[in-house]
Design a protein around this ligand. Structure first.
Ligand SMILES: *[C@@H]1O[C@H](CO)[C@@H](O)[C@H](O)[C@H]1NC(C)=O
Ligand SMILES: *[C@@H]1O[C@H](CO)[C@@H](O)[C@H](O)[C@H]1NC(C)=O
Length: 242
């Protein structure tokens, strides 16, 4: 009897334990994902950030991030994100299924917040490749939110694109060795997004010269923080690709 109670108590503790990541590049793997407290741009700012793994099972994950950043309001400080360890290695022209669902909100946010909430997806000519690496041909972003007047890389290409039941503005520009294409919501914050992502990629094949033989190498989703203070909670995120 005593032993039974001890085991049950242990299981309860496990279920309620959240992992808090504090380091500049600290990550934790859970379910199909790697959550990273990625603070790649903090040389340009002052502040701090943590990311918290709330729960994960299979292709569904819940997590949050708390941050406060100041200085250089046009520079990204961080990209707290989850990387899917399974949704990769499929050519755009061979996608059969690409469902995703993301429900998020700002539990707290400062009035001067400058940040996006975004998909950051990487394609290249090889079947596999690391995000933001020499194997990246394209960085394809979908901004579900952009606060404080921030802009994506490059310049506005096309306004008023209808995809997934929303209207988007497409931005494009080249940095490092890859081209960044960003679909930015023209409908304000989309806090509960559920769709198949294939039409976003097909749009780029049909209208922006992206080859359908490009492989989707990495899918990250998270938040680029420029300046301000926020607690962003993803209550549920999932993506799968086949
Ligand atoms: C994070 O930065 C804020 C603003 O500078 C500060 O008030 C807070 O104490 C810092 N937190 C940590 C854990 O360093
Ligand atoms: C994040 O911010 C929320 C809201 O202010 C707070 O309740 C929570 O304790 C914070 N979490 C961490 C890990 O700092």
């Amino acid at each position: 009897m005593f032993r039974y109670i001890a085991l049950a108590f242990g299981a309860l503790q496990l279920a309620s334990a959240a992992t808090v990541l504090t380091g500049q590049y600290t990550c934790d793997t859970a379910g199909d994902y790697t959550l990273c407290n990625d603070q790649w741009g903090i040389a340009n700012g002052v502040g701090n950030q943590t990311s918290t793994l709330i729960s994960a099972s299979g292709d569904t994950i819940s997590w949050s991030t708390n941050y406060t950043w100041a200085n250089n309001e046009n520079d990204v400080k961080t990209y707290a994100n989850v990387l899917s360890n399974t949704a990769n290695g499929v050519q755009i022209g061979s996608i059969s299924s690409f469902p995703t669902a993301w429900t998020w909100d700002y539990e707290t946010e400062s009035s001067d917040l400058r940040a996006d909430v975004s998909y950051d997806m990487w394609t290249g000519t090889a079947e596999s490749g690391t995000a933001a690496s020499s194997s990246s041909s394209y960085e394809i972003m979908i901004w579900l939110s952009g606060k404080g007047g921030i802009q994506p890389v490059g310049s506005l290409q096309t306004s008023g694109i209808s995809l997934a039941g929303y209207t988007w503005n497409l931005w494009s520009g080249t940095t490092e060795t890859w081209t960044t294409m960003s679909f930015v919501s023209a409908d304000g914050d989309i806090t509960s997004f559920s769709t198949d992502l294939t039409p976003f990629f097909q749009y780029l094949v049909d209208n922006q010269g992206v080859s359908s033989s490009q492989y989707i190498q990495a899918i990250q989703t998270g938040t680029e923080a420029f300046t301000g203070t926020a607690n962003l909670v993803t209550s549920s995120f999932s993506v799968s690709l086949s």
